[in-house]
Design a protein around this ligand. Structure first.
Ligand code: URP
Ligand code: ZN
Ligand code: ZN
Ligand code: ZN
Length: 482
């Protein structure tokens, strides 16, 4: 059984051309003119692109006394409806828990997935057991380790732990990720604001100013450089953080930055809404910023200093958000976006001329496939690549509404926004998984994607670090000491 996508324009990270795409089983069999298959999908007038990869989701995440409400079933249904064919979630070991045990628990949860998936392993505590298990995690197909510099008393790790973990990553060909916010300063500001009677959702934003993100980003970059390892900074929300990344990249450091579609399109005024629920639904970390920061993030995507647009999809219902009535520090942090990332980025990015179509593909799929060392199996339209594809109709339009979304929560942070350029068909490993507004893939059809250690950039960096390491000067005539 083969499928041919006919009459469309193929758009990849570097090329745009008219071609049919032939899918045979799980993979792409051919790309070219006049291809023939058993089943035909008409893509005339539309773009055929690599399926979106969202490298930052929290499905059924245990967090702040509850679990995020989209699990691997509803979350990946939302992903498919939004043209995303792979998610990378975060495995979070409990304090003192074995990384391998935690991984097993996450594999269990992900059994419901409708898209392919992978995990980042979070370093939530530090000790010899973690050090010993990190290579075992890599053997199990995970080459990235996440570090939270915020959430003091919960997920946060300190600088010495981070340096030890980053150094271990360098040894085993893995890459660290950071949530960069100064957790000590945030904890202080939270208590100060509460003591002053500032307990509403707007205080969440005041407790996490851009400076705490810029400082932490710079600190993580410096620690990664000393450890000799590339670094990936998640949810870059502001100029302060972007500036640190830009500066490091210009010095030759291997640092990647990931803005979210939320920070590109929503700003801090959301927290000033008089409706408590409205504002609390938008509480996430880092918070939405002064609008001026958006220009910086868009410019970063255009110029290459930022590479990936993600969602950090972490969906809590209004009921869950109300845990924080009277105390903003108890509002579960997180927002959704999986279903809207591509349409929003197309509408606000490609249609405005901030991004080319090829840059759009790079930011939603190809760049992260390369960074995570799964390219060209994912992120490419090439014979042999997984047939993870999205057909985007640039003329299709809709108004975003919670009433019609696949996500399990009762609101949408993009509610009422009009988007033009919609994913209309999504193929997941060769199967039509979304078409005509309907999810067609079954729960449990997604597969774990193994990601090998030692991507080219890590190898290049370790070669360079070795070459430029301090070396003892051998001298002949050493004078006698006094
Ligand atoms: O507020 C957020 N971002 N929630 C999810 C956890 C995280 O920090 O990424
Ligand atoms: Zn198969
Ligand atoms: Zn985070
Ligand atoms: Zn996150």
């Amino acid at each position: 059984m083969t499928i041919v996508i006919k009459g469309g324009t193929v758009v990849t990270a570097d090329l745009t051309f008219r071609a049919d795409v032939l899918v045979d089983g799980d993979t792409i069999a051919a790309v070219g003119p006049d291809l023939v298959g058993d089943e035909v999908i008409d893509a005339s007038g539309a773009y055929v692109m690599p399926g979106g990869i969202d490298p930052h989701t929290h499905l059924e995440m245990p967090f702040m006394g509850t679990f995020s409400s989209d699990d691997f079933d509803t979350g990946t249904a939302a992903a498919l409806a939004g043209g995303t064919t792979m998610v990378v979630d975060f495995c979070l070991p409990a304090p003192n828990e074995s990384l391998i045990d935690a991984l097993q628990a996450w594999h269990q949860k992900a059994g419901k997935a409708r898209t392919d998936y992978s995990f980042h392993m979070a370093i939530t505590w530090w000790g010899e057991k973690v050090f010993d298990e990190m290579p075992l995690v890599v053997e199990r197909g995970i080459n990235t380790f996440k570090h939270f510099m915020a959430y003091k008393g919960a997920l946060m790790v300190n600088d010495d732990e981070m340096f030890a973990s980053f150094s271990r990553c360098a040894e085993i060909g893995a890459m660290p990720l950071v949530h960069a916010e100064n957790g000590d300063v945030v904890a202080f500001l939270q208590q100060k604001l509460l003591a002053e009677g500032n307990n509403g959702p707007e205080a969440h934003a005041y407790s996490r100013p851009p400076e705490v993100e810029g400082e932490a980003t710079n600190r993580a970059i410096m620690i990664a450089d000393q450890a000799g390892v590339p670094l990936y900074v998640v949810h870059v929300s502001c100029e302060q953080s972007h500036e640190a990344i830009r500066r490091a990249r210009q010095k030759g450091m291997r640092v990647y930055g990931e803005p979210l579609i939320q920070h590109l399109t929503l700003d801090e005024r959301e927290y000033f809404n008089a409706d408590w629920d409205y504002a609390a639904r938008r509480v996430m970390s880092p918070p939405f910023r002064d609008k001026a920061n958006q220009d910086s993030l868009w410019a970063g995507l255009a110029s290459g200093s930022l590479q990936v647009v993600a969602t950090d999809h972490c969906a809590f219902t209004t009921q869950q958000k109300r845990f924080g009535v009277g105390d903003f520090t108890k509002i579960p942090n997180g927002t959704g976006g999986l279903e809207d990332r591509l349409a929003m980025l197309w509408t606000r990015g490609v249609r405005t001329g901030r991004l080319t179509m090829n840059e759009f593909v790079a930011a939603t799929s190809t760049n992260i496939a390369k960074i995570l060392n799964i390219y060209p199996r994912k992120g490419a339209i090439l014979p042999g690549a997984d047939a993870d594809l999205v057909i985007l109709d640039p003329a299709a339009t809709k108004t975003i509404s919670a009433a019609t979304q696949k996500s399990a929560i009762d609101y949408n942070v993009f509610e009422g926004m009009e988007v033009t350029g919609l994913p209309v068909v999504t193929l997941s490993r060769g199967r039509i998984a979304y078409q005509n507004g309907e999810i067609r893939s079954e729960t449990g059809t997604g597969r774990f994607v193994e990601r090998p250690a030692g991507p080219p950039v890590a190898k290049a960096l370790s070669t360079w670090k070795e070459l430029t390491a301090p070396r003892r000067i051998e001298r002949s005539g050493i004078p006698a000491g006094v």
